[in-house]
Ligand binder design. Structure first.
Ligand code: F6P
Length: 535
């Protein structure tokens, strides 16, 4: 700075100081702001200008770049637009097609249902008659099923009662009553087990038990033979065969034999039975027997006498139960006989024919034949061809087995032939069977070189001490029958179904016999082990 400038400045500051001393604050501030204001426009103008130009430049650049980019973008968007359009039209086409096919389907369905309706209408009269019948039978079936289910539920409740404490069980049962038991028809091993169990259980229910001797005979005779059965009366009888009450298959009260054998007539004495039972104060008749005895039971039930049935027969032919007691013992005895015949047959190179019981059912012959290892088994359910039997015997000989065991059920017969009978059955009774073994021996004669002998095992099969199975089954049946009496569930038969003891309507006892299914598992097993079944 020159001297001139310096002095000018100091002059200026001096002047300001003077003003300050003399002047106002406003004047001072106005002076102080002035140079700042004057400076600002210049700067602002400058910065505004630069800002403006920067913006212009920026926008020019943006415009330029926008212009440069524009052709690329529009190409892309054109493509997108094109594809969108294509997509749209494809969609529209698809939905149109779907609509069309839906319509076609709808109309096809409508047409089908119209046709079905038309045909249903035309069929209606025939169907309605048919359907009414079907409906009726369905209702009856439903009713029966319901009744069965109720009874099954009762059986189950009774079974669960058994698990209840003694006091609780007894208190739910009605008070003391009287029943009469008898063993009808032929005897069967296990009858005493039934009587023993029935009496013991009935007594525990507070029921008095009477027993008629020799089936219905004891009830019907002028001086009735009816005993009181208590625990002492049935003590020690479990292993005994037969029946401590005695049996009779002649004393049918609906056809009771009267007069000497040569002048015999038959009378309906069922009313006398009813009267006797009333006199004795018996409320339930308990019948142990086969289909014959159960048919009588059904008739009594229909006459208003409550009946409980216990199935019995060595033949095992009652459809209502899977097993009857007696079969097992009979099969054991017959198996023992087959074993015994083996040694003597072998010693003499003979054909041994063993005739077994079973009437029209081949259970004893089939079971014992399999268990004893018979070579041929002939049963009533499979009519036999004697040539097949002869061929089997010859084949065995050719293979070195010089003997053969042939088991034949008493009801077996050759195809086209007849059952062998000993005597004709009198009115209301079956014929006595016998001679099936002998008949077979005659048919075989000349068809094989062996000597042939026939053994008829007969009533040995029904006798003797019952097997453990029969004692057990008899006991279970007896207990169940006493429970039915205690519960007042009559018109019922105790039965083994599978492994469970149940009760079924008495009608079932006689509805359908239980025969050996010719294509069943037992016959298949027999064939599988090389046994000739005769057909
Ligand atoms: O029904 C049992 C049964 O042993 C049959 O197998 C046989 O045919 C019949 O009885 C024999 O009856 P009866 O003892 O009257 O000779």
């Amino acid at each position: 700075m020159g001297k001139k400038d310096k002095s000018a400045k100091s002059e200026k500051s001096e002047k300001r100081a003077k003003d300050e001393r003399t002047g106002t604050a406003d004047a001072l501030s106005a002076k102080a702001e002035k140079p700042a204001k004057a400076e600002k426009p210049a700067k602002a103008e400058k910065s505004a200008k630069s800002e403006k130009s920067a913006k212009a430049e920026k926008s020019a650049k943006a415009e330029k770049s926008a212009k440069a980019e524009k052709p690329a973008k529009s190409e892309k968007s054109a493509k997108a637009e094109k594809s969108a359009k294509a997509e749209k039209s494809a969609k529209a086409e698809k939905s149109a097609k779907a609509e069309k096919s839906a319509k076609a389907e709808k109309s096809a369905k409508a047409e089908k249902s119209a046709k079905a309706e038309k045909s249903a209408k035309s069929e209606k009269p025939a169907k309605s008659e048919k359907s009414a019948k079907a409906e009726k039978s369905a209702k009856a079936e439903k009713k029966q099923k319901k009744a069965d289910a109720e009874e099954a539920a009762k059986d189950e409740r009774a079974a669960s009662d058994e698990r209840a404490p003694e006091g609780a069980r007894i208190s739910t049962l009605p008070s003391a009553r009287r029943v009469l038991i008898l063993t009808g028809g032929g005897d069967a091993p296990g009858l005493n087990a039934v009587l023993r169990a029935f009496v013991k259980r009935a007594v525990s229910h507070g029921i008095q038990v009477l027993g008629s001797e020799d089936g219905f005979s004891g009830l019907l005779e002028d001086r009735p033979r009816v005993r009181h059965l208590d625990e002492a009366a049935v003590r020690g009888i479990l292993p005994r065969g037969g029946s401590v009450l005695g049996c009779s298959n002649l004393a049918n009260p609906f056809e009771f034999p009267v007069g000497p054998k040569d002048k015999r007539t038959y009378e309906d004495r069922s009313e006398r039975v009813a009267a006797r039972l009333r006199e004795l104060g018996v409320e339930t008749l308990v019948l142990v027997g086969g289909d014959g005895t159960m048919s009588m039971g059904l008739r009594f039930q229909k006459l208003g006498i409550p009946v409980v049935g216990i199935p019995k027969t060595i033949d095992n032919d009652l459809g209502a139960t899977d097993f009857t007691f007696g079969l097992d013992t009979a099969v054991d005895t017959a198996t023992w006989a087959i074993d015994a015949l083996h040694s003597t047959a072998e010693a003499h190179d003979r054909v041994m024919i063993l005739e077994l019981m079973g009437r029209h059912a081949g259970w004893i012959a089939l079971c014992a034949g399999i268990a004893g290892g018979a070579d041929v088994i002939l049963i009533p359910e499979i009519p036999y061809d004697v040539d097949r039997v002869a061929t089997k015997i010859r084949e065995r000989s050719a293979a070195g087995s010089t003997f053969s065991i042939v088991v034949v059920g008493e009801g077996a017969f050759p195809a086209g032939g007849e059952i062998s009978t000993l005597t004709k059955g009198r009115s209301g009774h079956l014929p006595r069977l016998g001679g099936a073994g002998q008949h077979l021996a005659q048919l075989l004669d000349g068809k094989c070189d062996h000597e042939i002998r026939v053994t008829v095992l007969g009533h040995v099969q029904r006798g003797g001490s019952p097997s453990s199975f029969d004692r057990l089954l008899g006991t279970r049946f007896g207990v169940k029958a006493a429970d039915l009496c205690a519960e007042g569930r009559t018109g019922r038969l105790v039965a083994l179904r599978g492994t469970v003891i149940r009760s079924v309507p008495l009608e079932e006892a006689v509805a359908k016999p239980k025969l050996v299914p010719p294509d069943g598992e037992l016959v298949t097993a027999a064939r599988a082990v090389g046994i000739e079944m005769g057909a």
